[in-house]
Structures are given as structure tokens and as C-alpha cells.
Design a protein around this ligand. Structure first.
Ligand code: ATP
Ligand code: MG
Length: 299
């Protein structure tokens, strides 16, 4: 387990005005870690990832048996920050039946004809399951805020799209998440925080290594030219929507091993803290089981 003080570094407390440059993108999160050295920290992180993966498998079974809660994991990031890899690693031990991943792309014509939360609402995890949103309703206050023409496509009745408009969207998101939490869905939100330099390296890698060429998209390069606008949109969105009931975690993403260990640990710790239990049998149920056992024995 990663120490609570370290996890607390990533958690955005409600009403914090987030400035992303105050959050490190690398593994050297504290002086203590820095003096321990990269090799040591990486080994520890990999151990944490391994134990978390094993534990998560048990936690997911319990989540299912307990049948009171669902877990929604929201992943947001700049391109190439490692969302896919984080999902692949963190969820590698989980029973596929207990977990569902939805990747949200540009909305379809049908989706655009509904309110902006509609398509996400349809994909929420049911009780007992873990649902992952690879991109989410937050895109509607991120990419849609950066590219205002996307908002035109949503054909909203009120033509004003100033500060108040975005504040209304943040309020809607907070209310939506509050509703989810009240209904038993735990909401965990991760911003994978990659630096502009590291993104460049990863794009270069995709261009230079033939087996990675397929991952490169010219559209990503275009979005990179809006880096500052995205930073601003993320800062405003995270500041406005990190709540007591659905906090944001800003996770360093320049070192993939660090991202994965932190995400895995936060997910497992959260599930462990729910106090999940296997359902207890009462006397009547136990008697029925005993009867069933006898029936089988007498066959
Ligand atoms: P990868 O590139 O790793 O396969 P990705 O999540 O980047 O995964 P893409 O198909 O490359 O997937 O991009 C999806 C695009 O859809 C992103 O540019 C994203 O901003 C956009 N998108 C997602 N949700 C919305 C939304 N609600 N409105 C407009 N655009 C959206
Ligand atoms: Mg992409």
C-alpha cells in the first residue's frame, strides 16, 4: 500500500483552486521519494501494483456478493497520457464479468439530440460492478469548451456560452455525481497528469517505431496545439467538481509504472474502506442449504 500521506498529495480537496503546474508529473513526488531514488521507488511501485491487482480481484468479488455498491472510475487526460495502459494493468486481475469499460468518442447524431449526460447515464455500472469511463461527461466541459463549435452542434436553446454557462455544467455534473453516490455508486475520478515534453516523446515514439505507428493520429497533434486551452479547461473543471462525495485525483503520468501503482492503490483502498461483506446466512437459509445437501446425498 502506498502511504496515506502520499495518496493525499494527489487528492484534490473541495474548493481548491487547482493549478496544474503545482502538481508534479513525475515519480519524484516528495523529497523523501527523491532521496530513495528511482530504482527503489519503481520496485516498490511495482510491488504495490501487484498486490493491488490481487486484492482488487477479491474486492470485486466482495462488491458483487455484497450487492449494495457499484464503483465508477472516470479517467481523463491529455492524449498519450496512458489511460489505456492504466486500465489494462489495473484491471488485469478482475473477473471480466464484474467489470465494464466504456470509451467515449465524439457523440453521434442521436446522442447530440439528448442532454449531455444521457449517453453516460446509459453506461453506468450496475450494483456489484466496476465501470470504467475512458473519457466521460467531463469531455463536455473540456474538449467542448476548447472547441466552441462543438457546442453549436448541441443546439442548446440559450445562446450564451460565457462563464455562467460552464458553471451551470459543473453544477449539473456535481448534482449528477451526488445522485450517483447517494444511490450507492462510488465515484473515483483520475486525471492522468502528463507533461507536454513527455507527450512529445510518446508521439515521437509512435512515429519512429513501426509497431506503434497505428497509435499515432494527426488529430492528436492538432489537439496538442491547444495545450494551454486544455490546461485551463482542466484546471477549471477539476477545481469546480472535486467534491467530498466525488473527489478528483491528479496522478503523475510521466512514468507509467507510477500511474498504474497509484491508480490501483486508490481503487483498492477505496473498495476496502467500504466495509463490504459476504452476505450472512440466517438459520432458515442454512436449514434450506442442509436440506439441499441431503437431497443430493440421497440421489
Ligand atoms: P486512443 O487514442 O487511445 O484510442 P482516445 O480516447 O484518444 O483513445 P480517440 O478516438 O482518439 O480515442 O478520441 C476520441 C475523441 O472523442 C477525443 O478527441 C475526445 O475529445 C472526443 N470526445 C469524447 N467525448 C466527446 C464529447 N462529449 N464531445 C466531443 N468530443 C468528444
Ligand atoms: Mg486518441
Amino acid at each position: 500500500m502506498i502511504r496515506k500521506e502520499i495518496i493525499d498529495l494527489f487528492k484534490v480537496k473541495p474548493d481548491t483552486k487547482v493549478r496544474l503546474k503545482d502538481y508534479h508529473t513525475g515519480w519524484e513526488q516528495t523529497d523523501e521519494l527523491k532521496s530513495a531514488g528511482k530504482k527503489f521507488v519503481k520496485e516498490r511501485a511495482n510491488e504495490v501494483l501487484q498486490t493491488s491487482i490481487e486484492e482488487l480481484s477479491e474486492c470485486q468479488q466482495l462488491l458483487y456478493a455484497d450487492d449494495r455498491y457499484a464503483l465508477l472510475i472516470v479517467l481523463q487526460a491529455m492524449d498519450a497520457a496512458g489511460k489505456d495502459g492504466a486500465i489494462r494493468h489495473v484491471m488485469s486481475g478482475v473477473n471480466p464479468q464484474g467489470c465494464q469499460v466504456f470509451s467515449f468518442k465524439k457523440p453521434s447524431a442521436e446522442e447530440l439530440d439528448h442532454n449531455f449526460l444521457w449517453r453516460y447515464m446509459k453506461s453506468l455500472p450496475e450494483r456489484g460492478r466496476i465501470g470504467i469511463f475512458n473519457r466521460s461527461y467531463y469531455e463536455d466541459v473540456l474538449v467542448v469548451k476548447v472547441h466552441k463549435d462543438m457546442l453549436e452542434q448541441q443546439k442548446l436553446p440559450n445562446g450564451k456560452h460565457g462563464k455562467a454557462f460552464w458553471q451551470d455544467r459543473y453544477d449539473d455534473i456535481n448534482a449528477f455525481e451526488r445522485h450517483l453516490v447517494r444511490s450507492g455508486t462510488v465515484v473515483l475520478k483520475f486525471f492522468l497528469h502528463v507533461s507536454k515534453e513527455e507527450q512529445k516523446q510518446r508521439f515521437m515514439d509512435r512515429l519512429e517505431r513501426p509497431e506503434k505507428n497505428w497509435k499515432f493520429s494527426l488529430a492528436d497533434l492538432n489537439e496538442r496545439s491547444y495545450w494551454d486551452e486544455y490546461v485551463d479547461a482542466f484546471e477549471k473543471a477539476i477545481s469546480a467538481t472535486s467534491t467530498k462525495w466525488a473527489p478528483w485525483y491528479i496522478v503523475p503520468a510521466d512514468d507509467k509504472w507510477a500511474t498504474r501503482a497509484v491508480v490501483a492503490d486508490i481503487v483498492t483502498t477505496t473498495l476496502r474502506n467500504l466495509g463490504l461483506e459476504f452476505p450472512e446466512m440466517d438459520d432458515e437459509q442454512r436449514a434450506l442449504l442442509e436440506q439441499a445437501r441431503q437431497t443430493l446425498e440421497e440421489e
